[in-house]
Design a protein around this ligand. Structure first.
Ligand code: N01
Length: 548
């Protein structure tokens, strides 16, 4: 990558602030993209962020128990050895406030905040073909323009609050975990209802249960979970991560999911049933997302997966004392890890408390919210003071569609994606020249440890922009045939795994009524994807149309 290209000063003549690049979002992606474009390429860049601080997903997700499921020594930037070695994590998994401290530290260290417009919500992005510029409008009435538009809005930033009749009549308070009040919520002495048992809900249950008078969990789909085994990091481990920076990074770059552990090359069928059980026990004791790395075929062979699933169901029955509650929790209808596998701290144990109860809302749905609580189909009214919606997100496409993007010839992104997202490499959309989507649909993104996926995209985009500028190329967008081929490949990659077998997963958009059912992330593996993107660039951006 060249070190600098002339930096253009912002121009204000038309009331429009002019930049080389506009980046939307100041989480991991936006921060790194700003650093690369401004400090390595010398471009004028403006980052627009709707929150009043950096942090992206970690700014909003302040719910009880919010903690990253990736291990802290892998959930950080690794592009700079100095940055990596200077920061000290305290626990095996970083808690939300610690990640916020980390991202603020990075932003200050790289002097990024001066180029970020906070409290600035983007309402429209329109491509002007004559000027070959992106015109961006904000809620506050600002207009800005740039040659390159880069979305760094994350995959899980549009809260999904189910439309349950009567919610407006509820006399208590309700909150979505992804829009949690900064001042926190005091549950002491209160009756709390939590809807949702995904990764978020499973983190929140034990923490809310420890404080509330009573917690009722409304479960629609039972879920697997493996103990996180969180705890403080020893000085030895901290020193080891620093000494082994390069090796850790190499592992993260060479595995399908960007985590710092290697997936076993052993098949589940290479070992006896007894040995298999011993290996699962060891993985359960070790804890964390690594459980799924016990055998190489857990995500491609349903019968192999069944062995892990049965082990995990048996654990639920062993931990949860009330057999009826245990049966509801263990009645899981999808293969293990076909939905994002949660990890927990005393989740199943929480159901042994006297102040926690479980309602199966698949057999007995919430018909309406009343002023006093939730009314179930069988007529029961569960009285509540607080409702917590741990109901997830309009994932991957939601954050992009709400930006009001229109491409060439006034084509709205919502129309281009009416039947589901269509991208080339998850990086660009045909008809939207010079627009790049960090961790967009069609890229590994949510199937990968996010900082690894983000760094690869931000670097590829910076290299691409450097190439365009060095060669005097005005526009880059994917050829429609390249998009067709990529969409087909994303589909094939998903169907080579068990992932599409969880028919109600947000990977498929199935959690949002009316959303097209398309498997959105690229399941072919991060290492393979990195190579594909590198090859495309090496072949002169094969599959893209480059024009003056
Ligand atoms: O959301 P989810 P999440 N009535 O969509 C239920 C990342 N993450 O926020 O399965 C009743 O997974 C829904 O039920 P069902 C991670 O990638 C990361 O938990 O659709 N229930 C499900 O139980 C994760 O995958 C971390 O039947 C309703 C739950 O709500 C992603 O975020 C931590 C309902 C939603 O689960 C999203 O996780 C947490 C309704 N109308 C999350 N609508 C870290 O690494 C939905 N549900 C820190």
């Amino acid at each position: 990558m060249p070190d600098t290209i002339t930096r253009e000063a912002p121009r204000q003549a038309t009331g429009t602030a002019e930049f080389d690049a506009i980046v939307i979002g100041a989480g991991f992606s936006g921060l790194y993209q700003l650093h690369l474009l401004r400090d390595r390429l010398g471009l004028s860049v403006r980052v627009l962020e709707q929150a009043d601080g950096v942090g992206g997903t970690w700014y909003w997700n302040r719910y009880p128990g919010a903690r990253c499921d990736s291990e802290s020594h892998s959930y950080c930037f690794s592009f700079s050895e100095d940055l990596y070695k200077e920061w000290e994590w305290t626990e095996r998994y970083p808690e939300q406030p610690e990640i916020m401290r980390y991202l603020n530290w990075v932003a200050d260290k790289l002097d990024l905040k001066r180029d970020i417009g906070f409290n600035t919500r983007v309402t429209a992005c329109r491509y002007d073909a004559v000027a070959n510029r992106w015109q961006v409008t904000t809620e506050g009435g600002e207009t800005l323009a740039a040659t390159y538009l880069i979305t760094a809005v994350g995959c899980l930033s549009t809260a999904n609050v189910p439309k349950i009749p009567g919610l407006e009549s509820f006399q208590g308070h309700w909150y979505h975990t992804g829009q949690w009040p900064h001042e926190g919520v005091d549950f002491s002495g209160l009756r709390v209802g939590q809807i949702g048992t995904g990764s978020t809900g499973i983190q929140a249950v034990p923490v809310i249960a420890a404080q509330a008078k009573h917690l009722t969990v409304f479960q629609r789909t039972a879920n697997y979970s493996v103990p996180a085994r969180n705890g403080p990091l020893s000085d030895d481990f901290k020193a080891w991560t620093k000494e082994n920076y390069r090796t850790i990074r190499e592992v993260m770059h060479s595995t399908p999911n960007g985590h710092p552990f290697v997936i076993s090359d052993r098949s589940c069928w290479d070992v006896s049933a007894e040995e298999r059980r011993t290996l699962y026990e060891a993985a359960w004791e070790k804890g964390g997302l690594q459980f799924r790395a016990t055998f190489r075929d857990l995500l491609i062979d349903k019968e192999a997966n069944d062995t892990a699933a049965e082990f995990l169901r048996a654990k639920i029955r062993e931990i949860v004392k009330d057999p009826e509650t245990a049966a509801k929790l263990a009645d899981i209808d999808h293969p293990y890890a076909a939905k994002r596998p949660p990890i927990d701290t005393e989740y199943f144990e929480a159901y042994n408390r006297d102040n926690v109860s479980l309602v199966d809302v698949r057999s007995n749905p919430i018909e309406r919210i009343t002023p006093k609580g939730a009314q179930l189909r069988d007529g029961t009214e569960v009285e509540l003071d607080i409702i917590v919606f741990a109901t997830g997100f309009d994932a991957m496409t939601g954050p992009l569609l709400r930006l009001g993007i229109t491409g060439r010839d006034g084509l709205p992104l919502s129309e281009a994606w009416a039947a589901g997202p269509r991208t080339y490499l998850g990086l660009q959309v045909a008809g939207f020249p010079n627009m790049f989507t960090i961790t967009g649909p069609g890229s590994p993104s949510v199937l990968c440890n996010m900082p690894i996926a983000i760094e690869q995209h931000a670097e590829w985009i910076a290299d691409c922009i450097a190439h365009l500028r060095a060669k005097g190329i005005a526009r880059l967008e994917p050829a429609p045939e390249a998009v067709d081929r990529w969409v087909e490949h994303v589909n094939e990659a998903a169907h080579a795994t068990l992932l599409p077998q969880a028919g109600h997963s947000w990977y498929l958009g199935a959690n949002v009524p009316g959303k097209p059912r398309v498997f959105m992330p690229y399941a072919g593996g991060m290492a393979r994807y990195r190579q594909i993107c590198a090859d495309v660039a090496a072949k002169g951006y094969e599959g893209f149309v480059l024009s003056d």
